[in-house]
Design a protein around this ligand. Sequence first.
Ligand SMILES: C[S@@+](CC[C@H](N)C(=O)[O-])C[C@H]1O[C@@H](n2cnc3c(N)ncnc32)[C@H](O)[C@@H]1O
Length: 367
Amino acid sequence: MSPDVIAAPVPDGMNPELRLHQRGRAELEFLAAQRAALDPLRDRVKARIEASPEAASWGEAADPEIGELRAAAERALAGSAEPGVIGAALAWGRGRLTPRAVAAFEAQREELLELAQAPDPAAITDRGDEVVPRYWKYEFHGTTGGWDGHEHMGFVHHELVYRYLLVPAYGDIFRQRGQVAAAAPRTEYAAICDLGCGTGQYTLKLAETYPGARITGVDLSQASLRYAQRRAADRGLTWDLVRAAAEDTGLPAGGQDLVTSFILLHEIPPHALRKVFAEAFRLLKPGGDLVFSDVAPYRERSAYNAWLDDWDAENGNEPWWRTTATADLVETAEAAGFTEVRQQPLGPGNYPWVTIARRPLERKEPT
Ligand SMILES: C[S@@+](CC[C@H](N)C(=O)[O-])C[C@H]1O[C@@H](n2cnc3c(N)ncnc32)[C@H](O)[C@@H]1O
């Protein structure tokens, strides 16, 4: 019998050829079901927070303070077991997710290599391990071993973790990348640089939206870049892929018409955030555009969503979510020399949240 008798629908951007054997699939589906089973508990937490008059004042404050909201929510949740149960269950699932996804890959290594291998890894420019900042080695979202914890982590993360856990939990998260690509001010770009391109999910949307553009993808993860190269090749595309820090790409100055990123900023500390804006400025031609999409600022979220973002970040290995969600990115962009800085929400709950800016034609010295 075929191991994939009950074929699940293939989410947009994922490999339709993937046939995961029953054991690997069942383990990942179990973890997804375990996560979904927490929904009624989350609903109870939400109801308590929304009923709290203290938490409700979040929306009225001119300059809301997340620490005060967290304290108000704690008072509203006093005596309730739900946050502890949800936290413990999520931690349990996170600890198993990457190991089970890797095990599913290893169980079918030979056939999955056919789908995962990069056609020409030597074509990926590698600036070497010395450019890798210490913060990047943290296990974001509990990804065991970090972004390069397995030689094919790009494939494992994109084709298994996304497909079996994140898409069922959050829906069509790839469509948002298309919306962000289309939010850039111009309809055509000759040269685009995608910072923190990962396995190329957003890069692919850029390539679809701007088919004439030469695209450069920058990331620190070798495994992700290799799978990005594979995904591009499968579609007949060629991207310039560079393993480097977004804050110091080593790319020539003034060569890009659009510098952009999708959910990179909340994975980097404040000092790197400022450097990434400065590097984007350096990479852009005068008159070029910056489009950075990331988590919505807490002040733009409802009380429950702001609380949930911050609680999830704290309990879900996201050390830089809070600093990014409370950063003044308009000021950061202006300090890097950008003008015409604006921000806009693209979806429900103000997510994705996009910061758009322009490198002025006349060089204005950064402040
Ligand atoms: C959440 S993933 C997003 C990937 C991709 N943009 C997408 O749309 O799916 C964040 C990516 O940023 C990369 N990253 C984190 N810090 C970085 C840095 N300082 N320089 C370059 N890449 C970085 C990680 O390796 C990871 O691939």
